[in-house]
Design a protein around this ligand. Sequence first.
Ligand SMILES: Nc1ncnc2c1ncn2[C@@H]1O[C@H](COP(=O)(O)OP(=O)(O)OP(=O)(O)O)[C@@H](O)[C@H]1O
Length: 469
Amino acid sequence: MYIKNFSHPELQIDELVVRSNESWCVYGGNDSGIDILLDFLTGRAGNYSVGQYIAPVKPGIISFANQQIVFERELRNDDTDFLDRVDPGTRVYEFLPGYRDFLPLLRALDMERCLDLGYRQLSSGQCRKLLILEAIITGASTLILQDPYDGLDHQSCIELNQALVSLPGDVQTIVFVNNLVDIPEWCSHLALIKAGRLCAAGLRKTILPELHGTSTGHLVTGEKKVAAAPPPTDSVNPDEQTPGNKELIKLRNGFAGYGKKMLFSGLNLTVCSGDHTLISGHNGCGKSTLLDILVGDNPKCYANDLHMFGKKRGTGESVWEIKSKIGMVSPSLHRDHRSVGTAMHVVLSGLHDSIGLYRKIHTQQLKKAQKWLAWINLADKANHPFGKLTYAQQRLVLVARALIKLPDLLVLDEPTQGLDDINRAKVLDFLQLVSDRKLSTILFVTHRRDEHRDFFKHHIKLDSYKAVS
Ligand SMILES: Nc1ncnc2c1ncn2[C@@H]1O[C@H](COP(=O)(O)OP(=O)(O)OP(=O)(O)O)[C@@H](O)[C@H]1O
């Protein structure tokens, strides 16, 4: 691959040479311009000029945007309305022609057991793994992976690294990451994008010290130096703060599964206000399913012995009553935000728990949303269509959407997916403040060990509740 004199309002590249025997990592923060390079390689960039370009050979691209395209294609092909059963979507084995030659890799990524499942029956991590496997198995010559470790459990990250290292010599890999810890050890070369420029590219061992040598995150990632607005929590009336020891969740002997397949059982969970809780476990163990049960998005909420905010589920309360006390971010919520208007609309929709905005907005609410957009440094994007923002910007908007009403319960399922070091720290620092000021109670799912902060009082390791079907 060869790029010479690439020019875009948000990214300049004088020259980038990627030879066939090299494996590359491109590192840059969310606002560095790194997404423009990815868009260019995937044919999605506009408004650029380039002096000379030799495109990657037979690329297989695994990006958040491509994942969304697959999801939307699957939605369009959903035949549930014409069938006497739910259409699960394209089966995993249909994505993977010739998968039998790759069974060890499928097993290593814990995907062999998913072969007969439909796309819509996969967990978010399994969807990512499927697209990586599809690219490898269908014989891509250049694998281009955006944040491949995001959403994958620890073991899958190890196995993925192993798989990428063991690829045939004629397959080239270009990994895009925006967290320092995600720069893979196996990369021979590293490109650094900072403040809208490709500012260094070469042997990993030469560039890496340069990267670590800079002391502040802003310098490292090349974030635009915009002074972040403080989180708009000052208007919270102390009377609105969640009183201590109010029981928010009580689940006795909790269980979940789909059809005959059980995921977990015997889970006892009591969450009182202030009991910030971390939930972890391997891809597909049921973390999102558990959260969906708690928030009322999974029918098993009625079969379980579950009390939410002091009321037993199934005794006449509406799901909207429950949702009005909850702010949520999750991979599926992100996926479902398709044609939802502007960034401002999305933040405001958090006040009404809707996907999209269908109510009249008051001036006070508008001001509040503007403050939240300023806090995530996206005030200038308020009127941008949500779908045209980068994945990380969309994620931040969804975080602001969950926070705007400072609900009793914050249900955050991998909220930092796609965010760089700085934005991740910002979200976690805010949660620290939520904890310090007793503004809400947090349920937090993550695969990243560096997100296990001290304010989490409980840690549910869901793998320990694995059910025998
Ligand atoms: N509608 C469905 N029908 C059948 N199986 C499903 C359905 N939805 C999810 N599953 C299965 O249930 C399991 C748990 O899914 P869930 O999304 O809760 O996992 P998770 O722990 O959140 O995973 P990840 O870490 O990848 O996000 C997965 O193996 C998935 O294949």
